[in-house]
Write a protein that binds this ligand. Structure first.
Ligand code: SF4
Length: 434
């Protein structure tokens, strides 16, 4: 592998994947690789895939074809969720050289050193049940905001989801290590950290992990160091100005967490809480761990303490068995709920999931129509939320990146601001009249 000196990355999917790609990039840069843009010529191309994307397979094939046309001699490495779920299928894509599963992706430098280009792709993967390691990763966006992974994997078994199969059992970083990473990022000029994980609210450091008790932390047993505890400890770090919680399951969003956010200057008043359906019957079929009443109660609690809080919800439409009545129930529920925006997903079949056994299957055109209805609802909710705050003064963190002489930033409660670029505002928190 001595001749492989440059590497380029492409990421598909979620924030967690982006943060992992950044870490893969740092690992290889530490090994002497030079990073290139994906559109440039490179010796190695790494595609970090996602299994949630509807056409992961198609997207992956297209990217490989593009690389092959441009750089037929380069090595192509595929990793990420899709690589863990369907390694043989990926290895069969003409042009792919190396497939790295969940347990192997962070050993990428070792695999590249060992690799000899041959006729067929090499698969380095193991059973997901055997993946127990936690690899902390973070990505830095323009040095303003960083996504920091503190938890990985999931022990839930939602019937539509392949993530536990792709990412394995729930596991977390130690609190002391998260603190170390936050301090490191703060020293590098990062102003906002988005805490990410697959099931973030399930944060609980493994007793086997080094670091944890002592080391300047509040005296609490490692087994009690849950997400609430982590937030309390992070809230004490003066050098970091802002945290956001990327997403949290409603059944794990405790009153303690809500109260802490309400009383904190650092943890932003912004929650993203997956709902998936507003029908208890469908929630049951999805094997979600709450009913709509609990969800509504969480929203009420947040809004009582923080009327200005931004709340986003994930919803899946067209899940098998979702009748018109179920969908209307979801619509009415969301319509009445005091939330600010929706992320709407159209259900699509995934191999090896329990949802495949549920009937009737909803026709694709109905799924699409339901998606459109909820996207319209989301647009109206976002507009309403923004208008509600018109005239208020809120704190905006402006980002480094500017396009066409315009710069962007977000208020504490996640309203996007676009304004003509001013150098002195880059990476600064500015009082802003909405
Ligand atoms: S909570 Fe459910 S939807 Fe989320 S990752 Fe776990 S199994 Fe998948």
């Amino acid at each position: 592998m001595a001749e492989a000196q440059t590497v380029a990355f492409h990421t598909l999917g979620c924030k967690l994947n982006y943060s992992e790609t950044s870490s893969l990039s740092r690992i290889l840069e530490n090994e002497g690789f030079r990073k290139k843009e994906f559109e440039d010529m490179a010796d190695v191309y790494v595609i970090n895939t996602c299994s949630v994307t509807d056409n992961a397979d198609k997207e992956c094939r297209q990217l490989v074809r593009r690389i092959q046309r441009r750089a037929p001699e380069s090595l192509i490495v595929i990793t990420g969720c899709y690589a863990q779920l369907k390694p043989a299928e990926i290895a069969g894509i003409p042009g792919v050289d190396l497939v790295l599963g969940a347990g192997e992706k962070f050993n990428i430098a070792h695999h590249l050193r060992q690799f000899v280009k041959g006729d067929s792709a090499k698969i380095c993967s193991c059973d997901i049940e055997d993946v127990h390691e936690f690899n902390p990763t973070f990505s830095i966006n323009d040095r303003t905001r960083a996504f920091l992974k503190v938890q990985d994997g999931c022990d839930y078994n939602c019937s539509f989801c392949t993530i536990p199969m792709a990412r394995g059992k729930s596991r977390s970083d130690s609190v002391s290590n998260v603190i170390k990473n936050v301090e490191y990022l703060a020293a590098g000029g990062v102003r906002e950290i988005v805490l990410t994980g697959v099931n973030l609210g399930d944060f609980r450091p493994s007793p086997a992990l080094p670091g944890g008790e002592g080391a300047g932390l509040s005296p609490i047993k490692k087994s009690d160091q849950n997400f609430y505890y982590l937030l309390q400890e992070l809230d004490k770090i003066k050098q970091m100005q802002r945290y956001r919680i990327s997403s949290i399951e409603p059944n794990l969003l405790t009153n303690d967490i809500i109260e802490l956010v309400a009383n904190s200057d650092r943890i932003m008043p912004h929650f993203h809480i997956p709902l998936q359906s507003g029908s208890n019957r469908i929630l049951g079929l999805m094997r979600r761990r709450y009913k709509k009443e609990l969800y509504a109660d969480r929203i009420k609690r947040i809004k009582t303490l923080m009327p200005h809080c931004a709340i986003g919800a994930d919803v899946i439409v067209g899940f098998p068995g979702e009748t018109d009545a179920d969908f209307n129930e979801t619509f009415e529920f969301l319509h009445a709920l005091d939330i600010s925006y929706l992320h709407v997903f159209t259900y699509s079949e995934r191999d090896h999931t329990k949802a495949l056994e549920i009937k009737p299957v909803i026709p694709v055109h109905t799924r699409q129509a339901r998606n459109k209805t909820l996207r319209n609802l989301s647009f109206m909710k976002m507009q309403y939320f923004t208008e509600l705050h018109a005239g208020q003064i809120r704190k905006v963190l402006f980002e480094r990146h500017s396009k066409n002489d315009m710069m962007e930033g977000y208020t504490d409660n996640y309203i996007k601001i676009t304004t003509p670029a001013r150098k002195e505002w880059v990476n600064e928190i500015v009082d802003w009249k909405l």
